[in-house]
Design a protein around this ligand. Structure first.
Ligand code: PRP
Ligand code: URA
Length: 210
């Protein structure tokens, strides 16, 4: 795999412990949902680390002081379905964020993404856009979603995934070298059906219990 300067693997004992449980095949949907949101909560701090801030004045009960606030509004864009599973965790930290939706699924044979729904805020040019999907496998869905976001005006996009493959991160490096990707794990490889190994299986099916 080529060097990927924009791939950041978030490492933390709590995160690796939660990830261990989420991978386990016996973890049932109710627990899987709870864990997915916990992982998103733990990761969101890191995923916003490079966001720009600006100084402003605030009056405390004691005096005026200079504080640092986010420069840009944030919009979180989950990729349906599984990306929805990270939203509550993210909102627990940044409840004021806007939410856009991208509906994509992989064709089971070609593994190419099929675009079926889109609802994005206007004026994304001046926002920090956080594209979220637990799985970055072939990279087809993330790359297509990022291309759509750019066409709709987004200029600063960050991706947050939970498990990424070498193949998917390489596709993102090639197609969107400007996008920083935060992930909790860079797994070994894809199998012949495009599933990540060791991975966690089908994130959407496990989250929705289908
Ligand atoms: C999963 C996952 C990603 C996509 C990743 O969605 O949530 O969106 O696969 O695979 P890729 O990197 O090879 O594109 P899926 O297509 O299974 O749809 P679902 O979430 O609705 O089940
Ligand atoms: N989508 C998933 O949900 N899991 C994988 O391993 C690959 C794509």
């Amino acid at each position: 795999m080529a060097d990927h300067p924009n791939l950041i693997i978030v490492r933390h004992p709590l995160l690796s412990d939660r990830l261990a449980h989420i991978r386990a095949k016996d973890t049932q949907p109710a627990e899987f949902r709870r864990l997915l949101n916990q992982v998103a909560t733990l990761m969101i701090y890191e995923a916003c680390r490079h966001f720009e801030t600006r100084e402003q004045q605030v009056e405390t009960p004691m005096e005026f002081t200079t504080v640092s606030v986010l420069s840009h509004e944030i919009v979180v864009v989950p990729i349906l379905r599984a990306g929805l599973g990270m939203i509550d965790g993210i909102l627990s930290i940044i409840p004021e964020t806007k939410i856009g939706i991208m509906g994509l699924y992989r064709d089971e044979i070609t593994l190419k993404p099929i675009d079926y729904y889109r609802n994005l805020p206007a004026n994304m040019a001046n926002m920090d856009v956080l594209l979220v999907d637990p799985m970055l496998a072939t990279g087809g869905s993330a790359s297509a979603a990022a291309a759509t976001l750019k066409k709709c005006g987004a200029r600063r996009i960050t991706m947050m995934s939970i498990i990424a493959s070498p193949e998917g991160t390489e596709v993102m490096r090639r197609d969107h070298p400007d996008i920083i990707i935060y992930t909790a794990s860079l797994d070994r490889e894809l199998n012949e059906k495009g599933y990540i190994l060791p991975g966690l299986g089908d994130a959407g099916d496990r989250f929705f219990g289908t």
